[in-house]
Design a protein. Structure first.
Length: 339
């Protein structure tokens, strides 16, 4: 019996995995299998061929998946995110670096076993940047992918190294081997801005002050924003993030000029977000209580990024600008959640 050709999503129970499963089920042409430490939401189980509960660091589990399926695309979403990574940096390194390396090696073995290159999608983050001061940030303008790659968080360090590991596996894999080893990984990375979802609850991430404001206002709870009103970083809503991953996964490789791409949609200040939320929820009680440690992290991220390469190479074009993101997606969906 030949193995079944499928798409694999790691970290499938997370915020991005939820949307990606639904997107691939609606528009994809291959079955999906998923892997996560947690069981999959019951509503998603009918949409996947099989869900594995386990770790990307479990070699026996990866060997089992390798034996049972032929995988053409890997969406490697599993990660320890920025805030948790600062509390548990060793765990973050193990998952974000060792886990990514394990999945890249898994993809290489997959490619070798069925003689085809495996497309490997990797979500990175603006945490890979590290601007040295607020003055430099304010003067820098939109950053290109290769500027200020000096992150200040464990998550940012992990993500930057993951980008390099993926590029190595695609272009220089075992380059000194006596018997040449053909690279079987087509690594493609998106460096995401802050992501806002209306479907899942914010989980305390460093950029979650934006969705936290809306959720608090919708449930009539006071909220103290942990960054200054003038704080500015790029954002995007989750549907556009999912679309970008799928779009990049489908473009022919000969159209791509780089392995790592910036994307963005809008870059509001915290006070601009607050004004939009208060307009929608006039009784919202939003104040400011700056957390200096988290503020330093956000200040090291760019106010805006240059995503020209993504727009030219594979047609990145977010559907939601600032107004549409809040008026058409975030506010009505979150309002309904608490109705």
């Amino acid at each position: 019996m030949s193995r079944k050709t499928v798409v694999l999503i790691t970290g499938a129970s997370g915020e991005m995995g939820h949307g990606l499963i639904e997107r691939l089920a609606d528009h994809g042409n291959q079955p999906v299998i998923t892997l996560d430490l947690s069981p999959l939401d019951p509503s998603l189980l009918p949409l996947v061929r099989q869900h594995y509960v386990g770790s990307i660091l479990d070699p026996q589990l990866l060997d089992r998946i390798l034996a049972e399926y032929e995988i053409d695309h890997v969406f490697h979403l599993a990660a320890v995110l920025s805030t948790r990574g600062e509390f548990a940096p060793v765990t973050a390194h193990k998952v974000n670096v060792e886990g990514t390396l394990a999945m890249l090696e898994f993809a290489q073995r997959q490619g070798e076993s069925h003689g085809k290159t495996v497309v490997f999608l990797y979500p990175s983050s603006i945490a890979a940047y590290g601007l040295p001061s607020l003055d430099v940030k304010n003067a820098a303008g939109p950053l290109k992918e290769d500027a200020y790659n000096t992150p200040t968080t464990m998550y940012g360090c992990n993500k930057l190294y993951g980008e390099l590991l993926g590029s190595y596996h695609s272009a220089h894999y075992k380059q000194l081997a006596v018997d040449p080893v053909k690279a079987k990984v087509d690594f493609r990375c998106i460096r995401f801005p802050g992501l806002i979802s209306a479907v899942t609850l914010p989980s305390g991430g460093t950029s979650d002050y934006a969705p936290e404001m809306i959720h608090a206002a919708a449930r009539h709870a006071p909220y103290a924003c942990f960054v200054r009103p003038d704080t500015r970083i790029p954002f995007m809503v989750m549907p556009d993030a999912i679309d970008s991953l799928v779009r990049l996964s489908q473009v022919p490789g000969n159209r791509l000029t780089r392995r790592v791409y910036n994307i963005t949609a809008f870059s509001p200040s915290a006070v601009e977000i607050q004004k939009i939320v208060v307009k929608a929820f006039p009784n919202a009680n939003i104040t400011t209580a700056v957390d200096e440690r988290r503020q330093r992290i956000v200040d090291s991220w760019p106010a805006a990024v240059d995503d020209a390469a993504a727009r030219v190479d594979w047609g990145h074009a977010p559907r939601y600008d600032l107004a549409r993101a809040f008026d058409d997606y975030l506010i009505p969906t979150i309002r309904q959640r608490y109705a």
